[in-house]
Design a protein around this ligand. Structure first.
Ligand code: SF4
Ligand code: SF4
Ligand code: SF4
Length: 333
């Protein structure tokens, strides 16, 4: 009979994975893995299924919640636990992830690139890039979800947590405390102790720092709205890597804008080339030329042009980005 780690891999939808059982073995005890397989249920129901006493089950469930493998709803005043099926949230949003060791990081990176990214072939964009809104040409229409400040304004709770993509991929030295969660997702992050609460002003200041550092804003593309806003790099981000390196169609979607250069204003400093994560800009006769096909419309080139010679021009209408039907795990705005 297969061990609990293999059966759990199957429950996560990766029955043939070459990596996941070994990853799970590094994160979970055999008993924790067996308990996960008995969910959903309350502590009492799980205790009944596994012939264990309720207080031992409660203690393991508490540990699994802290580790990020389970979530709960209150049903008639009792916590009813379910498995979190988003592997990234379950395994890498974890204060103790560094303790899993070098082999864990290697296995994780290989599993993501070779196996998990296949999910991004399924129709419905997981994420969308949103532009630095100061870079957008005057008079262009900006939709509510395209503006970080607008998303923050509506949020009741805001929390920041460490970026699991950069912690696990480790391909750059960009800042790590950069993933913003909102409302229900923020409360969950705070309850687990894997993030800290921010005021709106602190969150806006963090976004400005991330823009200065050359990080790209992305939001989740769920039908119930936005529950996270990330600050990403093309080298570590699971969505951008899947899109650019593995050619996955539905990992993330570009903005409705493209960068345009006013050659008359340009002083030929070349800064915009360094700012672009996508290798989109080339110097031709000492002036920057944008490859429109490759441009994601993030606006990072424009935001630090010393003479404002680049801006984002709207090239698509509001219907351009279809919202993914899948519901986010947590309530959102
Ligand atoms: S999506 Fe972006 S900020 Fe979020 S975890 Fe990945 S790289 Fe980090
Ligand atoms: S950053 Fe601005 S001024 Fe410098 S090369 Fe690019 S467009 Fe020209
Ligand atoms: S040229 Fe590069 S930095 Fe500028 S908007 Fe396009 S993708 Fe972003």
């Amino acid at each position: 009979m297969e061990d609990s780690y293999h059966r759990l891999s199957e429950a996560y939808g990766f029955p043939e994975s070459r990596y996941l059982p070994r990853i799970l073995e590094k994160c979970l005890t055999e008993r924790e893995a067996s308990l996960l397989l008995s969910l959903p249920g309350t502590a009492e129901e799980v205790a009944g299924k596994l012939c264990m006493d309720v207080s031992s089950v409660q203690s393991i469930l508490g540990e699994l919640f802290q580790k990020g493998f389970i979530f709960y709803d209150l049903v008639e005043g009792k916590r009813r636990y379910t498995l979190i099926t988003n592997l990234r949230d379950a395994i890498t949003v974890n204060n103790r992830v560094e303790q899993f060791g070098e082999e864990f990081f290697d296995l994780w990176a290989r599993m993501y690139d070779e196996e998990v990214s296949r999910d991004f072939d399924v129709e419905g964009y997981e994420a969308r890039v949103i532009p630095v809104h100061e870079a957008i040409e005057p008079g262009a229409e900006i939709l509510p979800y395209e503006k970080v400040s607008g998303l923050l304004e509506k949020a009741e709770t805001i929390a920041v947590m460490r970026c699991p993509c950069r912690i696990t991929n480790r391909r750059c030295d960009n800042p790590v405390e950069t993933c913003i969660t909102l409302n229900g997702a923020a409360k969950y992050v705070l309850e687990r102790g894997v993030g800290r609460e921010l005021t709106r002003e602190e969150a806006l200041s963090l976004f400005n720092q991330c823009e200065d550092a050359g990080l790209i804003h992305q939001v989740g593309n769920g039908s119930l709205g936005v529950s996270w806003i990330c600050n990403c790099c093309a080298c570590c981000c699971v969505y951008l890597r899947a899109q650019i390196i593995s050619g996955k169609k539905y990992a993330t979607v570009k903005t409705r804008y493209r960068a345009v250069v006013d050659s008359g204003l340009c002083n030929e400093c070349g800064l915009c080339i360094d700012r672009c994560n996508f290798g989109t800009i080339k110097m031709v006769n000492s002036k920057p030329v944008i490859d429109e096909e490759k441009c994601f419309g993030c606006g990072l080139c424009a935001s630090q042009c010393p003479v404002n010679a680049i801006s984002l021009s709207q090239t698509k209408g509001p219907e351009y980005i279809p919202t993914r039907e899948a519901e986010p795990l947590f309530s959102s705005i």
